[in-house]
Design a protein around this ligand. Structure first.
Ligand SMILES: O=C(CO)[C@@H](O)[C@H](O)COP(=O)(O)O
Length: 220
C-alpha cells in the first residue's frame, strides 16, 4: 500500500495547524516533519516545541526526519514531543547502531536516511534493526528541488535486500516527488512518498495527494 507523507516544509508556517489539518483531511498517511539545524544542512527549521504544538492537530503519525548533527542528543526530546517515527542520517552519526537503539528505547519507530551520494552498503548490516529506510532523492536542505534519477538504483537495491533477508521496513523517498516521479519510485520498491511542494503549492491539497497516489499506483 502506498503512503503519502506531505512535508510541512512547504506549508504556510503562519497557519501551520490548519495546513496540517488540511492534508490530514485530504487523505495523507503521514505528516513529514523536516528538522534542520543549519549545520548538517544549510537551513534551519523546527524543533521539538513545534512538534509538540502540532501533535494535537492530527491523529496521523508524525514522521520526523532529523537533518541534524549529533542526533542522539535530541531523540528523547522529539520522542516526548510526539514523534511516531524518527529518522536520522547515516552521515550524521558515527555510531549508527547505538543511535537506532536510542530511538527504539524511546518507544519510537526508527529510520535511517541516506544522502544521494551515500552508498546503500553503509546500512546493509543494520537493516534488520530498522522500521524505515529513507532514500533522499535530492540533497537535503530545501524543498522544491529536482529529483535525482541516479537514486532509483539505490531504492532497487534496498528493496532487493528487504526481500532477500525477509525484512519488513518501509522504503521512503524524499525530494522532487510528484506525479511524474512517483511511479518510478514505487516501481523501484518505495511505498512511502514524501511530497512537499507537490502538495503544499497546490490550493486543493486533497486533489494533489490523490494525483500523486494515482500516478504511483499506475505501477501496481
Ligand atoms: O527533506 C526535505 C528537504 O531536505 C524534503 O522533505 C523536502 O521538503 C521535500 O520537498 P519537495 O522536494 O517535495 O518540494
Amino acid at each position: 500500500m502506498i503512503k503519502i507523507a506531505p512535508s510541512i516544509l512547504s506549508a504556510d508556517f503562519s497557519i501551520l495547524g490548519a495546513e496540517i489539518e488540511d492534508v490530514d483531511k485530504g487523505g495523507a498517511d503521514y505528516i513529514h516533519v523536516d528538522v534542520m539545524d543549519g549545520k548538517f544542512v544549510p537551513n534551519i527549521t523546527i524543533g521539538p516545541l513545534i512538534v509538540e504544538a502540532i501533535k494535537p492537530k492530527t491523529s496521523l503519525p508524525l514522521d520526523v526526519h532529523l537533518m541534524i548533527e549529533n542526533p542522539d542528543n535530541y531523540i528523547q526530546a522529539f520522542a516526548k514531543a510526539g514523534a511516531s517515527i524518527i529518522t536520522v542520517h547515516q552521515e550524521a552519526t558515527v555510531h549508527l547502531h547505538r543511535t537506532i537503539q536510542l530511538i527504539k528505547v524511546a518507544g519510537v519507530k526508527a529510520g535511517v536516511a541516506l544522502n544521494p551520494a551515500t552508498p546503500v552498503e553503509m546500512i546493509r548490516d543494520i537493516l534488520g534493526d530498522l522500521d524505515l529506510v529513507l532514500i533522499m532523492t535530492v540533497n537535503p536542505g530545501f524543498g522544491g528541488q529536482s529529483f535525482i534519477p541516479q537514486t532509483i538504483e539505490k531504492i532497487k537495491q534496498v528493496a532487493k535486500w528487504r526481500e532477500q533477508y525477509n525484512l519488513s521496513f518501509e522504503i521512503e523517498v524524499d525530494g522532487g516527488v510528484n506525479g511524474s516521479t512517483a511511479k518510478e519510485c514505487v516501481e523501484a520498491g518505495a511505498e512511502v512518498l514524501v511530497a512537499g511542494s507537490a502538495v503544499y503549492n497546490q490550493t486543493d491539497r486533497k486533489k494533489a495527494i490523490s494525483d500523486i497516489r494515482t500516478a504511483a499506483e499506475q505501477s501496481e
